[in-house]
Structure formats: C-alpha cells, structure tokens
Design a binder for this molecule. Sequence first.
Ligand code: CTP
Ligand code: CA
Length: 222
Amino acid sequence: ELLQPVSQALAGQHWLITAGPTREAIDPVRFLSNNSSGKMGYAIAKAAQRMGAKVTLVSGPVSIDVPAGVSRVAVVTAEQMEQAVMQQVSDADVFVACAAVADYKPAAIAEQKIKKNAKTMEIKLIKNPDILQQVGALKNKPLCIGFAAETENVEYYAKDKLQRKNLDMICANNVAKKDIGFDSEENELVLYCKNGDSVALDQNAKYTIASDLVSEIKNRFF
Ligand code: CTP
Ligand code: CA
C-alpha cells in the first residue's frame, strides 16, 4: 500500500471514528453480527492521524492492529459504542461513522445457553440506538460524515440518510458489487455533500480511498 507523506494538514483537530461490526448477544455463547472487517474505518483513522489529527477510534470486535498514534476504545455492542461516542463527541471536530452497527438486538439475552429442544424458534429483536443520527441531532455537533451501505437504489437511499441524519457528507457504498466494501481489500465510494456536490472515488485499495476521503473532507470543510 502506498502511504501518503506525513503532514500537519489536520493539526489541532480531533477526529472521532467508529469502525467494525457490533455484536448483540443472544445467550452466553451466541450473538448477532455482520461481516464488517473494520478495514475501512481503520484506514480512515490511519489517514487522518498521518495528516496530523488526534484520532479516537471506537471499534467493535475486529482482528486488525490499532494504527500507530491512534487511540482505540474497544466496544462490543451498539449500546457500548453509543456510550463511548457520546463520551468523546463534545471534544470532536469531525465524526466519521464507519461502523456497521447492528440495527437490532435480541429483546432479552437468555441467561443460559439455549437448548435445541424445539423444532423451530424465534428471537424477538428490538431496535438499537442510531449513533450517527444522535450525533447529527446535537446542538454543537461536529462535522458529521456517514456511510451508507446499500444493495439497491444507492443514490436515493444515501441522499435520504444524508438528510435524515443531518450530515455534512455521506459516503455511498454499493455492497452488492463484488470485491468491494464489506470484508474486502478494496472499496469504491460516491460522496454526496450537503450542498449537492458529489464526488466519485473509483475502486482502489481501502487505504487509498481513505486518504482521498480525508483530503476531500479537509479541502471542502476546513
Ligand atoms: N449507524 C449508526 N448507528 C446505527 C446504525 C447506523 O451510527 N444504529 C450509522 C452507520 O455507521 C453509517 C450510517 O449510520 O454511517 C448508515 O448506516 P446504514 O446501515 O447504511 O443505514 P441505517 O440508517 O442503519 O438504515 P438501513 O440499515 O435501514 O439502510
Ligand atoms: Ca443499518
């Protein structure tokens, strides 16, 4: 991977970034989750750090090392991620929500391992808090950058999230395409800005996409 030279372009800024999946327990040994690798969020953290920002990464369970100079808060559930973000957000200049937060969690966690007695079973799910929407609704909100993981109507759904969550920019990710997005080495994004501008970041290594994204944010908003 080609690293951009270290710079001080973001000196004095604090970037708060969520990454990875969350896990929602079903019983003591089982959980609901998704196959987010965390690579995109970690690449953004690394790119922002190398441009001189102070970076806090709130991360669900992933198997990647923390980038040098980045501080990581490790969480498991959406609720823990929400708490960690809310604790840090008043000090943040930029919030990038890259995590694949579980939309729902089991209504109750079984105290004991569930036995396979019944022929069918149902798990009742309840909605998790929307962390990005909560940050977007703050009175003194940081610059808010979201991701939209879509398999259809990508532009329409992404722009809807941009508006509904009160974001400054959304990075649309077509996760139906092969070899990009979830659990892969490369990505391809279309950035939609609040002012109507859009920018395509064509398929490339996640770190390259991340540095281009961070530069784009810096050039547009700072
Ligand atoms: N997000 C979040 N908290 C949640 C769900 C999503 O912070 N509980 C953030 C994600 O990190 C991402 C953005 O919101 O930046 C959009 O996530 P996405 O899953 O694409 O959209 P949702 O709003 O969850 O809607 P849906 O899954 O129905 O498309
Ligand atoms: Ca979702």
